[in-house]
Design a protein around this ligand. Structure first.
Ligand code: UD1
Length: 422
């Protein structure tokens, strides 16, 4: 039987918590280490399941990878293999980040179509067409995307949508391409800036990171580097919403508050008091939250990865909230689980209307992805009695020491291993 969390509702969370490096950065930085022969060192890495999974992918390509607490050292050989291990890649979405580096280093990449979260269809058409613009041919064969290029050349690429993954793969291919690449409608997420900073420290020539137009002048080769992963804004945002939902008082460290600007602004509108510092913030709430509307958008819009937290707070807010999902189509699956907890929610296409109730009512619920799982734990914190959250392996992929941190902040959450508690 898979592990579950038993969450006892009713506690107000208070105290200090520090976030580790961002999941959505570290995995891409690990993939980018393929671009340079030698040992690249990443610090501030989170201890989450996806890091050893990415180690497996890189080892299959010929690298040796050492994980030493929050430090990861990757030694990339002169000759990298071009075929990523099918089973390792299938297990998580971020593995597709090896596509750009492998095409640039080997002139060929075979990467299984990735699995990962059940949050909607996640095609790779923009990744493929970006590489094709640079002279590669790509096709899907036996469940894998195959890219081949005798030489990558700089190109003008205009993304249809500012896809995070496509921006990353185009960047990591363009840094070693011949000539200049201009990428328009690029993603502006802080994790893209982090990747660009690491690539620049490896010797890449990149301008405009964090804006919609990124210019890359290809270089002959890159050198390994040492880089500190940026803090995880989604984990930090989860703590912010936990404070507001439980009428608590949490100070979060290890994060630049500007990376969560809109999410914190929304909490202010809901009635929270927020102070920001250089690398952290404090959220205090002393009453029932007021209903606030949300729509998810690419950065600097409200992050789709915090949409479950926005829905969570809306379930217990005073008034009615409308939450609109613009990034992933199937991300409302966990609304069914919230309805089992008594939430008054109705889904209409990519909108969900929530009429806030005073308190949720505990029962068994099932996580469908990392963020939905964390959202269900927060919901359990504001339900009466004991909520059992199943399939918490999803949460383990993105939230280091989640149960320990929750309990340190005053929550009552217990991990039930296997049959325990049955
Ligand atoms: C990354 C994050 C994920 C986050 C998302 C949006 C990682 C490992 N995951 O996912 O947590 O929720 O950014 O901030 O970093 N699309 C296409 N064709 C493509 C590529 C994307 O249609 O070639 C669509 C997707 O189906 C989706 C939208 O574009 O609807 C956004 O996807 P994208 O920004 O690429 O997200 P990911 O990089 O997969």
């Amino acid at each position: 039987m898979k592990d579950r969390f038993r969450v006892t509702g009713g506690a107000r969370l208070s105290g200090v918590v520090k976030v580790d490096g961002a999941k959505n950065s570290v995995l891409k930085l690990m993939a980018a280490s393929l671009l340079a022969e030698g040992t690249t060192t990443l610090t501030n890495c989170p201890e989450i399941l996806d890091v050893p999974l990415m180690r497996k992918v890189l080892e299959g390509l010929g690298c040796s990878v050492e994980i030493d607490g929050s430090t990861v050292r990757i030694t990339t050989p002169a000759e990298v293999k071009s075929d990523a291990d099918f089973d390792a890649v299938r297990q998580f979405r971020a593995s597709v980040a090896v596509l750009g580096p492998l095409t640039a280093r080997c002139g060929r990449a075979v990467v299984a179509l990735p699995g990962g979260d059940a949050i909607g269809s996640r095609p790779l058409d923009m990744h493929q067409s970006g590489l094709e613009k640079m002279g590669a041919t790509t096709h899907i064969k036996h469940g894998a995307v195959v890219a081949e290029a005798s030489e990558l050349r700089g190109a003008h690429i205009n993304l249809e949508f500012p896809s995070v993954g496509a921006t990353e793969n185009i960047l990591t291919a363009a840094v070693l391409a011949k000539g200049q690449t201009v990428l328009d409608n690029a993603a502006r997420e802080p994790e893209i800036v982090d990747l660009c900073e690491m690539l620049i420290s490896m010797g890449a020539r990149i301008d405009g990171a964090g804006t919609s137009t990124i210019t890359i002048d290809g270089v002959e080769s890159l050198k390994p580097t040492e880089h500190e992963v940026i803090g995880d804004r989604i984990v930090a945002g989860t703590w912010a919403y936990a404070a507001a939902m439980t009428q608590g008082d949490i100070t979060v460290g290890g994060i630049a508050p500007k990376h969560l600007h809109l999410a914190l602004q929304k909490l202010r509108l809901a009635g929270a008091e927020i102070e920001t510092y250089d690398s952290g913030f404090r959220v205090r709430m002393d009453r029932r939250p007021t209903a606030v509307d949300y729509q998810t958008l690419p950065f600097p819009g409200f992050p789709t990865d915090l949409q479950p937290m926005a829905i969570g707070i809306a379930t217990i807010a005073e008034g009615t909230s409308v939450i609109t999902e613009n990034v992933f189509e199937s991300r409302f699956r966990f609304v069914d689980e919230l309805q089992r907890l008594g939430a008054d929610a109705s889904v209409d296409g990519h909108h969900v209307v929530l009429r806030g109730i005073e308190q949720l009512s505990s029962t068994d619920v099932w996580s469908s992805d990392i963020r939905a799982g964390a959202g269900l734990v927060l919901a359990g914190l504001v339900a009466d009695g004991e909520t059992i959250v199943h399939d918490v392996y999803h949460i383990d992929r993105g939230y280091p020491r989640f149960v320990e941190n929750l309990n340190r902040l005053g929550a009552q959450v217990e991990r039930l291993v296997g049959d325990e508690g049955k």
